[in-house]
Structures are given as C-alpha cells and as structure tokens.
Design a protein around this ligand. Structure first.
Ligand SMILES: C[S@@+](CC[C@H](N)C(=O)[O-])C[C@H]1O[C@@H](n2cnc3c(N)ncnc32)[C@H](O)[C@@H]1O
Length: 316
C-alpha cells in the first residue's frame, strides 16, 4: 500500500510487482483488491486477464483481457481500501476519516492510540498519516477481529506502522506503557465515556481525543465525562454529497442562468449545465444534443455518526 524503502521514504511512483496488492477498477462502484501472482488470471465479465501482463506496468495502467475488455489497476490507497475491505463491523468512511485525521492533527511521526479496531478502515488511514516514522496502536477486545485486522495490515503492507492488541479498553483502559506519550486517541466504542479517563492519561500535554458515536445520547454522556479533564469540546456530523457528472441529454430546462431544473436522461432531479465560453446557442437550438450534466448522486450516504473532539487541559 505504502512502499517504504530502507531510507524511510514513502513512494507512490512504483511499478506493479509480483506479490503486490492492486485494486482492479471497473467503475467507481465495482472494484476489488487482488494480489498479483505471475501464474494467475483474473476472470470477470470483460474476459480473462493474465496477471503476468500486469507486472512491470505503473499503477493506474489500463490493461486488456484476451477478448479486448479492460480494467484499470490502481494502487491500494487507504481511500480505495476503505471501499473494498471486508466488512466485519460498521466502518468509518472517507468523509469522517479525513475529518478525523485533520482534527486529530495527525502527521508523520505521531503516536496514535485507537479502539476498537473493527475492520481497520480508519486504522489504514491513520497508518498512512503517521508514516514513515510514527505508529498506530489499535485495540479490539474481539480476538478474531484482531487476527483479521493483522492479516489485512500484512496484505496492505502496513504491518510495520500498526500494532493490533486484544484488550477490553472500556474495562481495563489503555496499557500504562503509553502514559503521557501519545499524540492523539481515537475511540469508536459503544460506551466511550468508560475509556475517556484512561485516554486522558495516555495523551501528551495538549493532545487531542476523538470519539465517534452513532447516537447523540452517547455524545451527551461522553461530553459530560470529557468536561473534567478536557477543553475545546466540539461535536460534528459530517455529511457528504457526491455528484454524478457525465454526458447526457437534457429534454427540458427552466430556471436561472446556468442552472436548470427539468427532466434529463438522468431522470428528473436538478441538473446543472456545463458553462463554456461559447455555450448557449447550441443547446438552446438543439436541446436533445449531448451535454455534460451534473446532479447529486441518488445513493448519497446520510448520517454515519457524530465526531466529538476534545483537547487535554493543561495540568498547571
Ligand atoms: C464499529 S467497530 C470499529 C470500526 C472501525 N472504526 C473501522 O473504521 O473499521 C467497533 C469495534 O469496537 C470493538 N469493541 C467494542 N467494545 C470494546 C471494548 N470494550 N474494548 C475494545 N474493543 C471493543 C468491537 O469489537 C468492534 O470491533
């Protein structure tokens, strides 16, 4: 996922080798992770693809099957891994993940604690953010989930950046070895308020904690507990709206300049026309001619959860 050479430099510019994990991309909602093996083939609706044809090609290459179909071979970035990983639990998605990494101020070299590990969706992005010199210690009390997460981090090449422990964090707290040395803590637990006092002990002065909870009652209870040792307590709900932008035919259009609300080959949702310097006459004269249409995706993801952030109060 993140090739780290002995000089600890991260590299995204690398060609596909035997044994690499690649994301086989058909379209944005049809992707899968495949381990490249020189003697193997991949079969899908586009035909049979020989892995040996992939070796030596740069990530991002378009490769062809025996019958001329094609797929793209993408690097297994955390963003794509989150979309293809096997769901053993509910997971965090990109909108929440990016907000978490930013607000927890996670940069290369940071030491981060997480619980629970779940399917490792967030952990993968935490690992990239701390690489190449930091580390993520993630804990789950479910033994088999911890084993599966370790296997995934081996597959994605992140095992030098992540350690998975089995521990009841709500019952026992984080291990004492981390007391006062941690940059940030992330909790995705059913009763986070039970783990917050321990998380506070682990953080360095000025360290930041985030707790993800699907229900507002959990947020209220956590915030009450945070009040005694933390400051700058804030809760966010991150709502993401994705758009489909592609060529289509507009059948009728009304409204202000540049925006149109009518039926199109996308259906009857609001659309926005492409604006170009010489636009207008062509479409006005021939409304059935193809144009670039944009509309909000029908399958937009709604509520996932609330993110509560807090900064450790200075003891002095
Ligand atoms: C929703 S999942 C976490 C998903 C993860 N954030 C991701 O993005 O893939 C919650 C995890 O917390 C674990 N868990 C629940 N209670 C726990 C506890 N007391 N100590 C440690 N882990 C716990 C569960 O086993 C589960 O795997």
């Amino acid at each position: 996922m993140l090739p780290i050479d002995p000089s600890k430099k991260l590299s995204f510019r690398r060609c596909i080798s035997d044994g690499d994990l690649v994301i086989v991309y058909e379209r944005h909602d049809t992707m899968k992770a495949v381990k490249v093996s020189e003697s193997s083939t991949l079969q899908n609706r586009f035909g049979v693809f020989k892995h040996s044809d992939w070796i030596g090609k740069p990530f991002g290459s378009k490769v062809f099957s025996s019958k001329g179909g094609f797929v793209y071979l993408l690097a297994p970035t955390p963003e794509l891994w989150t979309l293809v990983l096997s769901h053993r639990t509910q997971i965090l998605y990109i909108a929440d993940i990016s907000f978490v990494v930013m607000y927890l101020e996670i940069v290369p070299g940071c030491l981060v604690l997480e619980s629970g590990t779940g399917s490792g969706s967030l952990t993968t992005s935490l690992a990239r953010a701390v690489a190449p010199t930091g580390h993520v210690y993630t804990f789950d009390f479910h033994e088999q989930r911890a084993v599966s997460a370790r296997e995934d981090f081996d597959r994605t090449g992140l095992n030098s950046l992540v350690t998975v422990g089995v521990r009841d964090i709500q019952g026992e707290g984080f291990p004492d070895d981390f007391t006062g040395v941690v940059d940030s803590v992330f909790l995705d637990l059913p009763q986070p308020w039970l783990a917050i006092p321990s998380a506070g002990k682990m953080l360095k002065q000025d360290g930041v904690l985030c707790s993800f909870s699907p229900c507002i009652e959990q947020v209220q209870r956590s915030s009450e507990t945070l009040g005694s040792h933390f400051t700058d307590i804030r809760t966010f709900e991150v709502l993401l709206r994705t758009y489909e932008v592609r060529e289509g035919k507009m059948e009728s259009c009304q409204g202000d300049e540049g925006s149109s609300f009518g039926s199109s080959s996308f259906g009857s949702l609001p659309c926005k026309r492409r604006q170009t310097s010489n636009e207008g006459s062509n479409w006005q004269e021939n409304p059935s001619s193809p144009m670039i249409i944009a509309r909000p995706s029908v399958e937009a993801r709604g509520h996932t959860g609330y993110l509560t952030f807090a900064r450790l109060k200075c003891a002095a």
